[in-house]
Design a protein around this ligand. Structure first.
Ligand code: UT7
Length: 322
């Protein structure tokens, strides 16, 4: 049996930092409200000429270096994003060209904040069934372009960034299991309500922004993350006390704390980056993972649980022996 393992991680954050104090000057909000309700202190925002593939390329470079592979070893590229460079071709194809490789499949996946887990699920199944040996799996987002800076209920929540992993074929399971789900019933609770085939005029006028009924999303996220953790642990006969780290999607510190409680992990075994990065959608889990790998918290051989929840709704998890 062929398994897959994470051979390297990487990430990228744009240079510009926007603090809560900066936002206080732009809208009717306060550092206190943002920190108390979300845990966010600051976020990075992309430069005007920076693109999703620019950030993906930087994160990919780090992951490739850590994995110790040649770029030409990569035989599958999947990018999770809701903010692609172009409508088409995919950001993955643009990235492939920029990496200087040709021929291997490259695709984007759109599963909102669960995009990285969806991409990981696809990549590990490709590797396990012989379709690939070395996959580049990325989450990259420029959410500042989808933010209505006059809407305080959403503008304070999001940030830009990218995270990447190199997933390689292995004799032993690194990725033990992945679990992905969706339920389109809740489309209206979290959305950018227009696109190419519906009210494109609004998109062209620059009015297509993130809209969210925060409180309803909050409640759904907490409930779903709890049952997803149970599904993941039960499916693998793993006791929650065997987990070393929870690496959750970084939307809100209160949601993260509730998820940690469900698996009985103290907060010092939870990777938290929402304070520094805010919500970077599909980039948030690989960004958090890379942060904790590079600062030495996450060590080889440890058992990790990834959990994501986002628009759709979509949700997903991965149990990983790092
Ligand atoms: O990544 C995908 C998943 N996304 C999420 O998981 C996000 C889930 N939702 C949340 O994180 C939280 O619901 C929020 C952080 C978005 C909001 O927190 P909340 O505790 O649910 O607050 P609320 O929406 O119920 O609003 C409470 C009050 C309202 O005022 P009133 O009506 O009580 O007078 C809002 O108008 O806070 C007000 N408010 C703000 N005040 C200052 C909303 N946004 C702000 C703001 N600054 N930025």
């Amino acid at each position: 049996m062929t398994y897959s393992r994470i051979a390297g991680t990487g990430s990228y954050l744009p240079e510009k930092v926007v603090t809560n104090q900066d936002l206080e000057k732009m809208m009717d909000t306060s550092d206190e409200w943002i920190r108390e309700r979300t845990g966010i202190c600051r976020r990075h925002t992309a430069a005007e000429d920076e693109t999703c593939s620019d950030m993906a390329l930087a994160a990919a470079g780090q992951a490739i270096e850590m994995a110790g592979i040649e770029v030409t070893d990569i035989d599958l590229i999947i990018v999770g994003t809701v903010t692609p460079d172009k409508i088409f071709p995919s950001t993955a194809c643009i990235l492939q060209r920029r990496l200087g490789i040709r021929g291997c499949p490259a695709m984007d996946i759109q599963a909102a904040c669960s995009g990285f887990i969806y991409a990981l699920d696809l990549a590990r199944r490709q590797i396990e069934t012989g379709g690939a040996t070395t996959a580049l799996v990325i989450g990259s987002e420029i959410l500042s372009r989808l933010t209505n800076w006059e809407d305080r209920s959403t503008a304070v929540l999001f940030g830009d960034g990218a995270g990447a992993v190199i997933l390689q074929a292995s004799d032993e399971p690194g990725i033990i299991s992945t679990h992905i789900h969706s339920d389109g019933e809740f489309e209206d609770l979290l959305e950018v309500p227009w696109g190419i085939s519906s009210n494109y005029e609004a998109v062209r006028a620059g009015e297509a922004y993130i809209q969210m009924q925060g409180n309803a999303v909050f409640r759904k996220a907490v409930g779903t993350l709890g049952s997803m953790a149970q599904e993941t642990l039960d499916g693998n006969n793993v006791d929650k006390h065997d987990l070393d780290w929870l690496v959750p999607h970084q939307a809100n510190l209160r949601i993260i704390a509730a998820a940690a409680k469900k698996v009985d992990l103290p907060m010092d075994r939870v990777v938290v980056t929402v304070d520094e990065h805010a919500n970077t959608s599909s980039a948030s889990i690989p960004l958090a993972l890379d942060t904790a790998v590079r600062d030495g918290r996450i060590q080889r051989g440890q058992l990790l649980l990834f959990e994501a929840f986002g628009a759709g709704f979509t949700w997903g998890s991965a149990l990983v022996r790092f």
